[in-house]
Design a protein around this ligand. Structure first.
Ligand SMILES: Nc1nc2c(c(=O)[nH]1)N[C@H]1C(S)=C(S)[C@@H](COP(=O)(O)OP(=O)(O)OC[C@H]3O[C@@H](n4cnc5c(=O)[nH]c(N)nc54)[C@H](O)[C@@H]3O)O[C@H]1N2
Ligand SMILES: Nc1nc2c(c(=O)[nH]1)N[C@H]1C(S)=C(S)[C@@H](COP(=O)(O)OP(=O)(O)OC[C@H]3O[C@@H](n4cnc5c(=O)[nH]c(N)nc54)[C@H](O)[C@@H]3O)O[C@H]1N2
Ligand code: SF4
Ligand SMILES: [Mo]
Length: 777
């Protein structure tokens, strides 16, 4: 199906990737997108208040803002401006729109087209057997949902999915509601994102978060940027790295792709950035094979041990290791078994390159390692991050200024949501405090994460899906299986700002519950409200929308959750859920200060929350790791012994990574270009090394289908991709998410964290056929 708005892949063109990121053109691109969505006045109103102390937090990534006094007047990036414009758009999806388009038709539209229709404006219901959504009042919609929840045989038959756009106050209320209802089934986007980081850091350092702040990054001697594409996904991180370099620090980038932002950066808000040549970011770029990072850090650790052997007492921080760590001996024994042949094969690097990095490490007093999806979304993501921790522990690069771990989070409040209790496995002390505060017993049985939720819906153990923000159907692996899972539900309901594919893949009954976005003003009975978020460096601050809401019928997330809870948690439920009559939902809805008062009593580090968050810039949550306090069972940081692992594709196959273009926000393409990688006018493109193209007998620019294989013999297919020669390592390929999620087998997950292996899908390329329609991957 095509429409005037439907992007046309026939316009696809691919040229050489760029070697620098962000400059004058970037600002022009942002403004062009903004003005295509809304008026100059709304554009000005939003862009001037993004990331300012009294404005709203950018709804894009979780990169922190500098302290209030150090903020630039335009403290946002090109992509932040696009995210805002996408939310502040003047386009609207009305009841009339749903009368014109059946659900079946909508389900065949592309992700791009659905998003371009604009903001959702009123609650809609798809009744059993109906072909179209129809309007429904708020009261009736929430009664319907509450009745379905109360009719379940057990609270664990319900799933409450969250995406990291959700601010702290609604996140706290959502998990409170789910637990008062009787379930820990709180899957979230983090399960598919940084869960491997949380698992590895929790086990080794006692807390699943990063330990560094912006000041540490500026003061650091050597920063590793591993498995991350900041030029597109965390653009203002480049300003921080530029500052590191200005102060004499160095940067090592580790990535299979020569990403523009890793190579050179032109600061868009400084004259020298616009006209000059810009700053070289990476002093050394390691073009690693996918999944080779575990081997790389094992080799670096081996070199450190050997250097210490040669000159004892000069390389390792013996005092730190002695006083603050356990597990050193078993770790060292394992590292000494490392084989250079295996390391060179796994990484695709030369020994000289690795030794050069080692020299840099020896020359640096303080080291930080930053990483993102290039590490977490592999089968051995958890051991890889554990090995990074080993590397830092060896020289005491944990718990002192200018050093530490820096998992760079994705969504603006994904870290805050976890702090607020959005996790299917919250520790017992948190559950106890929550129960005590509100007078009920929180369920102790762990809930389902994202992948296990799909399994539970497929086999009927879960019957009701509530999505709060996000686009579960497109974010999840194995698109066909996930769609079957959702369609198997009694009811699916989504609290959303914009139309997406999850609204079109429905249970027997479906609800769309439209809500305010970050930029919308939020006025309740108690007056104008603000909310709070926590960024990737544990800074908590306020966010306050300034625009007139997209429609008079919208409710805030806090209102929707509070009203639903009041309707659900009344006496006499079939589920036997605790009715938890002590929870003052109506008061919470009227005045978010009252929610924050409760957060202050339940969540560590939030004492005097209301008072402290009103200070300009808010406050930083303490990370005990920075005091060298490790909340592990032994009270010490843990060295781990990790088995060497490498990725290998069988003959004729490639390791495919699925990643983001410059013009998308997760499951939502904004436009069809990926400027820095030289790709224009299409997304169904797969990037392969030229020598592999030759070996596979494929033409540059030819049409292929991607076929993934899995150990149970099953195959999955994504059709109609153009294959292009690109400087990716031999044996690997890259293509965009979410079009390729159909290829990721549900059972292909990271050990321990259960994160889908989106960065290592084993595929072969077959002569292709044109993609029939754009809606389905
Ligand atoms: N504009 C924009 N910004 C975003 C997002 C967005 O969609 N659009 N999404 C947000 C979210 S939720 C997240 S989680 C972050 C994601 O931020 P990133 O993790 O930067 O995002 P990806 O596009 O998944 O890119 C992964 C990077 O890892 C590299 N990589 C792949 N495999 C390996 C490997 O085995 N080893 C190494 N060393 N590198 C590898 C890829 O080449 C790529 O550069 O971005 C956030 N910010
Ligand atoms: N193959 C593959 N799969 C992946 C990844 C990958 O790299 N490769 N990355 C994974 C990662 S890191 C992540 S984080 C997930 C992302 O998964 P999600 O977080 O589920 O997806 P998003 O695309 O961010 O969700 C976009 C939708 O959120 C809604 N929304 C936006 N703002 C608001 C708001 O303020 N309130 C409410 N209620 N709704 C709002 C809009 O309706 C919009 O359509 O995808 C994962 N899936
Ligand atoms: S770096 Fe991230 S948080 Fe900052 S303006 Fe850009 S998208 Fe928004
Ligand atoms: Mo993410």
């Amino acid at each position: 199906m095509r429409d005037f708005d439907e992007p046309d892949e026939a316009g696809l063109s691919v040229s050489a990737p760029m070697t620098w990121a962000t400059g004058a053109p970037a600002v022009v691109h942002a403004l062009r997108y903004a003005l295509g969505q809304t008026s100059p006045k709304r554009t000005a109103l939003t862009l001037l208040t993004i990331n300012q102390a009294k404005g709203f937090d950018c709804p894009g990534c979780a990169w922190p803002e500098p302290a209030p006094g150090k903020r630039h007047r335009n403290e946002y990036c090109e992509n932040g401006a696009k995210h805002i414009a996408d939310e502040a758009t003047s386009r609207r999806v009305t009841a009339d729109f749903f009368r014109q388009h059946s659900v079946d038709e909508l389900s065949r539209r592309s992700d791009h087209w659905l998003n371009q229709q604009g903001r959702l404006t009123e609650p809609m219901v798809l009744r059993e057997g109906a072909t179209h959504y129809e309007p429904i009042g708020w009261d009736e919609a929430l009664d319907l949902l509450a009745d379905e929840l109360r009719a379940l045989d057990h609270p664990d038959e319900a799933l409450f999915y969250t995406s990291g756009r959700l601010a702290n106050e609604p996140a706290f209320l959502l998990q409170l509601f789910a637990r008062a209802f009787g379930t820990n089934n709180l899957p979230d986007c983090s399960n598919m994102c940084h869960e491997s980081s949380g698992s590895a850091l929790g086990e080794t350092l006692g807390i699943g978060k990063g330990s560094v702040g912006l000041d540490d990054l500026h003061a650091c001697d050597l920063v590793f940027v591993v498995g991350q594409n900041p030029g597109t996904n965390h653009p203002r991180m480049l300003s921080a790295l530029e500052e590191t370099k200005r102060r004499g620090g160095h940067v090592v980038a580790v990535n299979p792709l020569p990403e523009a932002g890793l190579l050179r950066f032109k600061h868009p808000q400084k004259a020298r950035g616009i006209i000059g040549r810009g700053t070289d970011i990476a002093d050394q770029f390691l073009q690693i094979r996918p999944g080779g990072d575990l081997a790389l850090f094992q080799a670096l650790n081996l070199l450190l041990l050997e250097a210490e052997d040669k000159e004892p007492g000069t390389v390792l921080d013996r005092d730190f290791i002695e006083a603050h760590t356990t597990g050193y001996d078993a770790f060292a024994e394992r590292i000494r078994e490392t084989s250079w042949d295996a390391v060179l094969e796994a990484t695709g690097l030369t020994r000289g390159e690795i030794e050069q990095v080692h020299e840099r490490v020896l020359a640096s007093r303080s080291v930080i390692v930053c990483w993102a999806m290039g590490l977490t979304q592999h089968k051995h993501g958890v051991p890889t991050i554990r090995e990074v921790v080993n590397f830092l522990l060896l020289r005491g690069n944990i718990g002192r200024p200018g050093a530490g771990v820096c998992p760079v989070r994705g969504h603006s409040n994904v870290q805050g949501d976890r702090t607020m209790g959005i996790w299917e496995r919250m520790p017992q002390p948190f559950l106890d405090r929550l129960g005590q505060e509100f007078g009920f017993t929180a369920p102790t049985k762990h809930g389902l994460d994202s992948v296990d939720s799909i399994r539970a819906m497929l086999d009927g153990r879960a019957k009701l899906f509530v999505g709060v923000a996000g686009n579960f159907v497109r974010a999840s692996p194995d698109s066909d299986a996930t769609e079957r899972a959702l369609r198997n539900c009694r009811l699916t309901a989504h609290i959303s700002t914009k139309l997406n594919r999850s609204h079109t893949v429905c249970g027997r009954t479906a609800l769309i519950l439209p809500t305010l976005g970050r930029s919308d003003r939020d006025v309740q009975a108690g007056g104008e409200q603000f909310m709070t978020v926590e960024d990737s460096m544990s800074e908590v601050h306020a966010t306050r929308g300034r625009l007139a809401p997209a429609s008079p019928h919208l409710l805030s997330e806090v209102s929707i959750i509070s009203r639903l809870a009041r309707k659900t948690l009344t006496a006499g439920t079939e589920t036997g859920a605790d009715t938890a009559a002590d929870i003052p939902w109506a008061d919470f809805e009227a005045d978010y200060d009252l929610v924050r008062d409760r957060i202050a009593r339940v969540v560590d580090g939030f004492e005097d929350f209301n008072e402290r968050v009103r200070r300009p810039g808010g406050f930083r949550l303490p990370n005990p790791v920075n005091e060298r306090v490790f909340r592990t069972p032994t009270g010490k940081a843990v060295f781990t012994a990790n088995d060497f692992t490498m990725l290998q594709a069988p003959e004729g196959h490639l390791v495919l990574q699925t990643l983001r273009s410059h013009d998308q926000w997760n499951t939502i393409p904004y436009a069809m270009d990926d400027r820095y990688r030289g790709i224009k006018g299409g997304r169904r493109v797969v990037l392969v090394n030229r020598a592999d193209l030759t070996d596979l007998g494929l033409d540059d620019g030819g049409l292929v289908d991607l076929v993934s294989i899995w150990t149970d013999g099953s195959e999955r297919r994504a059709d109609g991709f153009r294959v292009h020669a690109y400087p990716t390592p031999r044996g690997s390929a890259a293509a965009y998410y979410p079009e390729t999620n159909v290829l990721v087998p549900l059972d292909s997950v990271a050990d321990i964290s259960n994160t889908p292996t989106s960065k290592s899908v084993i595929v072969r390329l077959e002569p292709g056929r044109e993609h029939a329609h754009h809606g389905v991957g």
